[in-house]
Design a protein around this ligand. Structure first.
Ligand SMILES: [Fe+2]
Ligand SMILES: [Fe+2]
Length: 136
């Protein structure tokens, strides 16, 4: 099976803690895909991976927003709005799954597309600002 979401150097922002978390998110997305697309997906394992991914994502958003707050990043409201919207969708997916719906291919594609867009456009936008304030 080919990798659903291959890591790309384009995702590297040059801020170590954030890059490590993005890498984890991409890996967890791949784990989720592998579970969902396997011959006999085990709902227990899918649930664990999905829950881990949702949890980790929330923590990642908190880290970014904490940095925005610390340095008074001017794009905070728009950025936070993207995080909040995604959190809402991820919770929805998790609740539906817990209610018995399998994780769909569409949901996986949405997750991948969101991550790519968010890292390459929205997260990348804060890099010069944070780097200028000594965040490495
Ligand atoms: Fe972000
Ligand atoms: Fe991020």
């Amino acid at each position: 099976m080919s990798v659903f979401m291959p890591w790309s150097d384009e995702f590297v922002l040059g801020i170590a803690s954030i890059d490590a978390q993005h890498r984890w998110l991409v890996e967890a997305t791949n784990r989720l895909y592998e579970q969902v697309e396997s011959q006999n997906p085990d709902p227990k394992v899918v649930g664990e991976v999905l829950e881990g991914l949702v949890d980790y994502t929330m923590n990642h958003f908190i880290l970014e927003e904490e940095l925005f707050h610390r340095f008074d990043y001017p794009e905070t409201p728009e950025h936070k709005q993207e995080h909040d919207r995604f959190t809402h969708q991820a919770m929805h997916l998790l609740l539906n799954f817990e209610g018995g719906d399998p994780v769909s291919e569409d949901a996986l594609e949405f997750l991948k597309a969101w991550l790519i867009h968010h890292i390459l456009r929205v997260d990348k936008a804060y890099v010069p600002f944070l780097k200028a304030r000594g965040v490495v």
